[in-house]
Design a protein around this ligand. Sequence first.
Ligand code: F6P
Length: 360
Amino acid sequence: MRRIGFLTSGGDCQSLNATMRGVAKSLYKHYGEEVELYGFLEGFYGLMYEKYRILKPSDFSGILTEGGTILGTSRQPFKMMTKPDENGSDKVELMKKTYTGLKLDGLVILGGNGTHKTSNLLAGERLNVVGLPKTIDKDLWGTDMTFGFQSAVELATNAIDCIHTTAFSHRRVFIVEVMGHKVGWLTLHAGIAGGADIILIPEIPYDIEKVVQAIEQRKGAGKRFSILAVAEGAISKEDFALSKKTLKAKLLNNPYPSISYKVGAELEERIDPDTEIRITVPGHTIRGGSPCAFDRVAASRLGAAAAKLVIDGNYGNMVAFQNDEIVPVPLSKVAGKLKSIDPKSSIIEEARSLGINFGD
Ligand code: F6P
């Protein structure tokens, strides 16, 4: 009998269930009744404190299209993993104890950047780990695509589409803030797909005067509205030039709930007073609902590929998309690296040639 544990960790996304289904279906197909699947609840927390349930084939029925995660998830920052829990217990030892106590042969972990650091830590402790690249942010090193990204792009694009009609009617400037943590992939893709006029991303610090110019130019050309897609991590040139310490201190007195409100206030001071500015923050809605078709395929393929690593005993890897093939990438290489947008990459060049302004 093979015993394989599953857990989902970090922020959720639309295709966690679809991915687990892909792994489970492939394992059941290979092992038949000779495999037992353990689902740890609420991420690494379940592994630490033996909170799990035994999963049956029926648990994976009908979940291809279901967003969220049937196991629940939680954020367990990597830096806290090496700190004792509230009872003074070593968290890594607790996880190892659960793993050996249940006589697990392997652990399938679905997560993003922080998760893969912990997965790599566990692999270093000789646990048999296979990682799967989940995140709407697409900021994982070693893979061209992460599952969850495309579904979030669809929803963020839809938000921009909806703003278009109302922005046109009222002749307004609209700022749509898109998640993405420290990178701009989601905003860039949704911005291009939604026809945003200005896109602000962390990888290209903005100059507010340039943003104003772009808006004024559009007005001068007779355009009724301007739409800005702004990444939650977007940063001004001025702030970017500050040391981390000074910026942190400055942000302590930051009166704005998020970057869009800062950009909105900066614009308000500069553009002609007749132009109304509105801000829309779709927030977590872009992580919700059903996975899009692209993500269902990606999730199913990645799931099947992860199952193959389990079957082959090829542990210590994350399954990754590279040139439309799925390949194993060592967790040790993935852990701790962020994949951000190269401002010199062709997608930025192409966007610029479409007339999109990056505020620089
Ligand atoms: O990593 C996914 C993500 O949605 C980021 O884009 C965002 O910064 C963060 O999670 C939000 O985290 P939380 O769900 O904990 O508010």
